[in-house]
Design a protein around this ligand. Structure first.
Ligand code: ASP
Ligand code: MG
Length: 419
């Protein structure tokens, strides 16, 4: 069988960890499998390289940054191959480019457009264990090396699993799988034996850091089941896969609760209550290349103006504020206010399609915890509320309990980061 395994940064943080992972890979190989391994940079290497770049240059060119960052994964790939070779198996490491990961040309956030795994195939044919540096590829147009965005080794792994026709993809990190909520916040959070692609997409898009969003998108599109598990144990993890909703097996209404503290809220005050004002505000933000998330517009009471609030990544806050300030006169609003002391709590589950009253339960639980809701947004299988930064943990716990998701015994508390 062809097995594709990805190991995150915390699983290969130092020499001892690399040897431990090498042994695991060799065990898989000795069970008669063809093994392809995707690896992240060791520990905090990517962050360290970014810090180093910042010390050298205030605004490095994106091309050079990608040359620098891709070195992190090259290091761990080569070291892992060495460790496997010492265990009596031949292993060969490849950069993303050598492995045939073809991407768009956008540095720092390139997308995989094709995989041409010829070299991987021939290495497998020769009996080698293949190690591929994750998170990177090469643009066919510029011929330059690209990176796929933070955490994107997951995406490399799923893309290779699909291209190589592996039946599934294993993603190893330092946590036991996907939990019903962050176990560091909710002691009674439970490991989910399985979760649907749709639910995992909502979890990943709303702050759960366990899997890269694009990895889940890719897995759903190519129908690659993903097994998220710990490299520190042999326990089964969580299967992210297609789940038939009509399945007679009893499904819980709510699958998981995600939270996100990385967003900010901008409120545009005194917006003239005229046709096209909201369009002008959001065109301004869109033209600055910024994606927004939640939106609320308050109805004007007599005064002929409205207030519009929306959320966006904190990282884009300064850019959005500058764009809006420069559009203040033409649009004619009175003021614009920035607040990053907020957090989003999202309740996710395909069961809410068929069960009434889910939002009422969410809002009631949050109210009873004494927490004020600032904004609400929903999808077919998600309800998100925006609350004060300081209330996020309490809100997550309240909702987790309200839906009966707390485990009886106290779950193991993890220090893991899911890398
Ligand atoms: N090393 C990269 C990062 O830290 C990619 C990854 O770990 O998946 O974001
Ligand atoms: Mg990761």
């Amino acid at each position: 069988m062809r097995v594709v395994q990805k190991f995150g940064g915390s699983s290969v943080a130092d020499a001892a960890s690399i040897k431990r992972v090498a042994q695991r890979i060799v065990d898989t190989k000795e069970q008669g499998n063809d093994v392809v391994v995707i690896v992240s940079a060791m520990g905090d290497t990517t962050d360290d390289l970014l810090d180093l770049a910042a010390e050298v240059s205030p605004k490095p060119r994106a091309r050079e940054l990608d040359m620098l960052l891709t070195a992190g994964e090259r290091m761990s790939a080569a070291l892992l191959a060495m460790a496997i070779n010492d265990l009596g198996h031949t292993a060969r490491s490849f950069t993303g480019s050598q492995a045939g990961v073809i991407t768009t040309e956008k540095h720092g956030d390139a997308r995989i457009i094709d995989i041409t795994p010829g070299r991987i195939e021939s290495a497998l044919d020769e009996g080698d264990v293949v190690i591929v540096a994750g998170f990177q590829g090469v643009s066919q147009t510029t011929k330059d090396v690209t990176t796929l965005g933070r955490g994107a080794s997951d995406t490399t792994a799923v893309a290779l699993a699909a291209a190589l026709g592996a039946g599934f993809c294993e993603i190893y990190s330092d946590v036991d799988g996907v939990f019903s909520a962050d176990p560091r916040i909710v002691p009674g959070a439970q490991r989910l034996p399985e979760i649907s692609y749709e639910e995992m997409l909502e979890m990943a898009a709303n702050g759960a850091k366990i899997l890269h969003l694009r990895c889940v998108e890719y897995a759903r599109r190519e129908n690659v089941p993903v097994h998220v598990r710990s490299s520190f144990s042999n326990k089964p993890g969580t299967w992210v896969k297609h789940i038939d909703e009509e399945d007679p097996v009893e499904n819980p209404i709510i699958t998981g609760i995600a939270h996100d503290r990385s967003e900010a809220k901008i409120t545009v005050i005194g917006v003239p209550d005229r046709v096209g004002a909201a369009a002008d505000v959001f065109t301004t933000v869109a033209n600055a290349g910024i994606n927004i998330d939640m939106i609320v517009q308050n109805v004007s009471v007599g005064g002929g103006t409205t207030a519009i609030s929306f959320t966006l990544p904190q990282a884009d806050g300064a850019k959005a504020m500058a764009a809006l300030r420069s559009a203040q006169e033409p649009i004619g609003f009175r003021d614009v206010v920035y607040n990053d002391e907020i957090g989003k709590v999202s309740v996710i589950g395909v069961g809410m399609r068929s069960h009434p009253g889910v939002s009422a339960t969410v809002f009631r639980a949050i109210a009873e915890a004494g927490i004020n809701i600032e904004m609400i947004s929903t999808s077919e299988i998600r309800i998100s509320v925006l609350v004060d930064h300081a209330d996020v943990d309490k809100a997550v716990r309240a909702v987790h309990t309200a839906f009966g998701l707390d485990a009886d015994g106290q779950a193991v508390v993890y220090a893991g980061t899911g890398r």
